[in-house]
Design a binder for this molecule. Structure first.
Ligand code: ADP
Ligand code: F6P
Length: 324
């Protein structure tokens, strides 16, 4: 059984990361283990920005978005020298294992450290929901709800002016957030990296929905889509006369990442954070902890690293069918 562990958050922050940190710290202390927090992801590991955490320090953070430990993208950690420095800083503190809360890149970092012989375990957390090893990753539910609130508001103003909005959502190279926003927000079409469609197709969807009597139109564009929002806007504007709708574009961007975590994300993060800490302390390592088919799961790094989760063709078909 390990006696000292550390926890960090890395990559894009995701709502619920605080609940996961709290769960790691409190579970560790409950098991009689000393828990250290690393500031700003792998940068803090390299710079030695590491300190012990107590149960009270993680009080009052459950409801806050972002991450109390800070996060970072740290190119230096991709080098062996960087990781050796991190190992030597952890050894100095007597740290025997590390919980990595983050997405694909962050789990790749955890894997790299693990391959060097250091015990690491991952907690699936990214608003993109592209990580293999969890049906839902921590943060995606909140990000989706924020996107929906924006779409609902855009529909109100769109209806007043007979306009259609192109709404760009985040997700890196994954269309999950865009597809779910399209279904739950009642969009005319969704542009996803996984399913390329032409600008002509999108414009025709708008034209037909105007002809069916719709007073507003929503096209959700995934940021990683093959056609950029600007390209699509330019094309639709060139056909504005015949489409019926006036066209506007809104990019939601980082707004989606900054919200207070939903109940779902708080519960998921508490569950995964606590399980990951317990597993690591009991000697489990080299896996990403997530939730698959309503059960806490552990997926070996080999199945996670270098791959991404696809989107469901059934859900895409549903979005298309209901856009009438
Ligand atoms: P996310 O975890 O949200 O996908 P990034 O892709 O930006 O975020 O990755 C976060 C960090 O993980 C990187 O800045 C880097 O420090 C670390 N990382 C990513 N890929 C590797 C790698 N191949 N080897 C070691 N560390 C990595
Ligand atoms: O991975 C989360 C995410 O928000 C992606 O959706 C997006 O592509 C990226 O991070 C943005 O990165 P940054 O915060 O560095 O601009």
């Amino acid at each position: 059984m390990l006696k000292r562990i550390a926890v960090l958050t890395s990559g894009g922050d995701a709502p619920g990361m605080n609940a996961a940190i709290r769960a790691v710290v409190r579970t560790g202390i409950d098991m009689g283990v000393e828990v250290f927090g690393v500031r700003h992801g792998y940068s803090g590991l390299i710079n030695g920005d590491i300190r012990q955490m107590g149960v009270r320090e993680v009080g009052g953070v459950l409801q806050a978005g972002g991450t109390m430990l800070g996060s970072a993208r740290c190119p230096e950690f991709k080098t062996v020298e960087g990781r050796n420095q991190a190992l030597s800083n952890m050894a100095e503190h007597g740290i025997e294992g590390l919980v990595v809360i983050g997405g694909n890149g962050s789990q790749t970092g955890g894997h790299a450290l693990w391959k060097m012989g250091f015990p690491t375990i991952g907690v699936a957390s990214t608003i993109d929901n592209d990580l293999i090893g969890s049906d839902m990753t921590i943060g995606v539910d909140t990000a989706l709800n924020i996107a929906l609130e924006s779409i609902d508001r855009l529909k109100v103003t769109a209806s007043s002016h007979k306009r259609a909005f192109l709404v760009e959502v985040m997700g890196r190279d994954c269309g999950y957030l865009a597809l779910m926003s399209a279904i739950a927000g009642g969009a005319e079409a969704a542009l996803l990296p996984e399913i390329p469609v032409t600008a002509e197709f999108v414009a025709n969807q708008l034209k037909e929905s105007y002809a069916r009597g719709k007073t507003n139109g929503i096209i959700v564009v995934a940021e990683g889509s093959h056609l950029s929002t600007e390209e699509l806007l330019a094309y639709c504007n060139s056909r504005e006369e015949s489409l019926g709708f006036e066209i506007r574009a809104t990019t939601l961007g980082h707004v989606q990442r900054g919200g207070a975590p939903t109940a779902y994300d708080r519960i998921l993060a508490s569950l995964l954070g606590s399980n990951a800490a317990e597993k690591l302390i009991n000697g489990r390592q080299g896996v990403v902890v997530g939730r698959i088919a309503n059960k806490v799961s552990e997926t070996p790094y080999e199945e996670v690293i270098g791959r991404t989760k696809g989107i469901s063709p059934d859900l895409y078909a549903l979005a298309e069918r209901l856009a009438r």
